[in-house]
Write a protein that binds this ligand. Sequence first.
Ligand code: NAD
Length: 246
Amino acid sequence: MRLANKAAIVTGAGSGFGAGIARKFAAEGARVMVADIDAAAAEAIAREIGGVAQAVDVANAASVEAMADAARAAFGQVDILVNNAGITHLPKPMEEVSEDEFDRVFAVNAKSVYLTARAFVPGMKAAGTGAILNVASTAGLSPRPNLNWYNASKGWMITATKTMAVELAPHGVRVNAIAPVAGETPLLRSFMGEDTPEIRAKFLSTIPLGRFSTPEDMGNAAAFLCSDEAGMITGVALEVDGGRCI
Ligand SMILES: NC(=O)c1ccc[n+]([C@@H]2O[C@H](COP(=O)([O-])OP(=O)(O)OC[C@H]3O[C@@H](n4cnc5c(N)ncnc54)[C@H](O)[C@@H]3O)[C@@H](O)[C@H]2O)c1
């Protein structure tokens, strides 16, 4: 019960890594708000883990404010914020990504971190404690071709993590990131373009441990980084990548 007495919000928790993080947090004793743009998916995971469901578009300021109000009403103080919701454009040459696709990727993957900081950092500063976890990607550290603007959004997130960490350290708030390698979630197909044995084999050949990552892998790393066991760790981007970035 490493997260007993903690209240946590996990965005994008209706699916994939976010659901894995929400499940693990609940198993470790946290009260969890399962926040997702897909309200039905959020409801299903919340029901499963005994959490609170919240519909949110993390790219929209009013929606993020409404989520923060709901969290304060449900929990009082919010101890842990996981910025997990993320999207990608499909793999294609950088100049062929439309302006709309570019804007949406940056709104969901980057602007959301600013909007949730605006909504939750004042409360964490006032409490003198808190943990924020940003779900970045190996794409932000060791990018592949044809996912250019997605990769750049995750590089942005890693820099945001470090600068948030250094600014919030005097207030007792820790900020870390995880950098997952390609994982078994619905998003994987978008990264691969199409899901064929050949493309899977190509991705797997770059992962020394020889498998895709899982929502459970992210739950385990997130639970550690957001627990008091990681009390001396801030500003890291922890690769959860089977050795891909070596
Ligand atoms: N799966 C991978 O291979 C992989 C690898 C590295 C990093 N990541 C990152 O992990 C995170 C989670 O991805 P996943 O693979 O679990 O994807 P997923 O598609 O399974 O889950 C993402 C969830 O976010 C929600 N979402 C999308 N836009 C939203 C918005 N505007 N507001 C609120 N919720 C929104 C979706 O409804 C979905 O439930 C993302 O940030 C992604 O970039 C994924």
